[in-house]
Design a protein around this ligand. Structure first.
Ligand code: AMP
Length: 481
């Protein structure tokens, strides 16, 4: 369930004034980071980046409502890299400076790759810590010292309990996909981790949805956050071409194979409702000569990662996935999403089709609907507030409820026009949240502070001095817990 800004405000969370950023050059990021962004051809920040980065660089806490695909990784990675680069400290054994907590190993690896990309010239140490593999290399990396630690909750706690990871010097904490962590039952682990965080820190909190339990958690964690919301419920659907095909169960596989054969299909993700069906569809695609792999919860982490890597490298044309396995997957260039089975949960439809059309690209989402799925389709259309256009080649069977509309004058079948709702994009709501709040990283005022970046310059001056403790991070959160 989404909740409104007013509900958030009444829950006591603070909002900031709108801060918009038009180009990365305006940020005055360190040269090595600017260079990496230029190499990646990043010029224009995405809405979440435009609103989050300046505030995070100033040291503000952030509550970001955004899914993967919106550019949220850079929204937290760039302020972290900026800060640590300017701190210019050696990585300390067992004591990371920044911790990014992600629900799954796949997402952690993706985040790690993004840090590697954006920070490749910045000479900061980073490592990943997740379960399902031996801990030896992770322990070694922590003992050598890391600035940036990207972790999943279970293994992090394990290594904390063993004394291999100590959070006492932590300065920046990121919680990514908070809603998913809750869905996966990580709340007790999260509480344990949060209880070990130093009071004086900056926290950045991201979630695709902001349900009441997320608000509770955010209230515990954040101090006067700016609130950035780039996921109104129709965000992803606006720029994705959607079609529904009325296909009976027995025809789904052949129809899929026929559609996948089209030249316009570069890389596709096919969603099924069950793990078993994912295996079946994938093996039948194999027999039809289409390279594919299935990913779902019964596959080992290694098998899932291998499949994702092969898909990313274009060795596979199709990934067949269940919802649980696919959320958080960020792969550029997915041209098509096929809903082999419609999801029972309408929200999953939005998550699924968001796997295509990433970072401004366009994509196609094709959904099969059997006579049994009509109710699910209706629920989806209600959620996204538009009719999914029916593919004229696969119309609703004659005699069914709500037949495709016909133009009364020509008698021709007309594709219903999707009603576009409010333009998607970002909105920063704001009241409160003064810049000189306690959470700011700034310690003292620098006479050299230039107007535009004065907050950041101040923070850097205040944050200097080399020792972890005196870094000029947020001035304590007392009174807010
Ligand atoms: P994320 O939401 O962080 O998973 O990012 C989704 C994709 O968008 C990733 O493949 C990024 O490489 C890409 N991306 C993020 N920010 C930008 C940007 N400002 N310009 C172009 N691509 C971007």
């Amino acid at each position: 369930m989404q909740i409104s800004g007013r509900q958030l405000r009444s829950a006591g969370l603070q909002f900031a004034v709108e801060i918009l950023l038009k180009t990365f050059a305006e940020l005055d990021l360190p040269e090595p980071i600017q260079r990496a962004l230029a190499e990646e051809n990043y010029q224009i920040p995405t809405p979440i980046q435009a609103q989050t980065i300046p505030a995070a660089i100033e040291g503000r806490d952030v509550l970001g409502c955004a899914q993967t695909g919106t550019g949220k990784t850079a929204a937290f990675a760039l302020p972290i890299l900026d800060y640590l680069y300017h701190q210019n400290r050696k990585a300390r054994r067992n004591h990371p400076n920044a911790l990014i907590l992600a629900p799954t190993r796949e997402l952690a690896i993706q985040i790690g790759d993004s840090f590697k990309t954006y920070g490749r010239h910045a000479k900061l140490q980073q490592t990943l810590v997740y379960g399902g593999v031996g801990q030896g290399n992770q322990v070694k990396a922590m003992e050598k010292g890391v600035h940036i630690l990207i972790a999943t909750p279970g293994r992090l706690l394990d290594l904390m309990n063993q004394g291999v990871i100590k959070l006492s010097q932590l300065e920046i904490f990121v919680l990514d996909e908070a809603d998913r962590m809750m869905d996966m039952g990580f709340l007790p682990d999260l509480k344990r981790i949060i209880s070990q965080l130093p009071e004086k820190r900056q926290s950045l909190f991201f979630s695709a949805t902001i349900a009441p339990n997320i608000v509770q958690l955010a209230k515990k964690l954040l101090y006067k956050p700016i609130n950035v919301n780039v996921t109104p419920k129709t965000r992803s659907v606006d720029r994705i071409e959607q079609r529904v095909l009325f296909v009976e169960k027995s025809k789904k596989q052949k129809t899929l194979e026929h559609l996948i054969d089209d030249d316009s299909v570069g890389r596709a993700i096919v969603f099924t409702r069950t793990k078993r069906m994912a295996n079946t569809v994938s093996s039948r695609l194999g027999k039809a000569g289409v390279k594919s792999a299935a990913i779902h919860g019964n596959k080992s982490q290694n098998a899932r990662q291998r499949a994702l890597d092969a898909f990313r490298k274009n060795h596979l044309k199709v990934l067949v996935a269940t919802d649980v396995a696919a959320r958080g997957i960020d792969i550029d260039g997915v041209t098509h999403v096929f809903n082999y089975d419609l999801p029972n949960e309408p929200e999953s439809y939005v998550h699924r089709i968001g796997r295509t059309g990433r970072a401004g690209a366009e994509g196609v989402a094709i959904s099969f609907c059997t006579s049994e799925d009509r109710g699910d389709l209706k629920a989806i259309e209600k959620l996204i507030d538009q009719k999914v256009p029916v593919d004229p080649d696969y119309p609703m069977p004659a005699g069914s409820e709500s037949p495709p509309r016909r133009n009364p004058s020509t008698g021709s079948r007309r594709r219903p026009r999707p009603q576009r709702s409010a333009p998607h994009g970002a909105k920063t709501s704001g009241s409160g949240g003064s810049r000189s709040n306690k959470s700011s990283r700034s310690g003292s005022t620098s006479p050299n502070s230039s107007g535009k970046n004065s907050g950041r310059s101040r923070r850097r001056r205040g944050g200097g001095g080399g020792s972890g403790g005196g870094s000029g991070r947020s001035q304590g959160n007392s009174g807010r817990r």
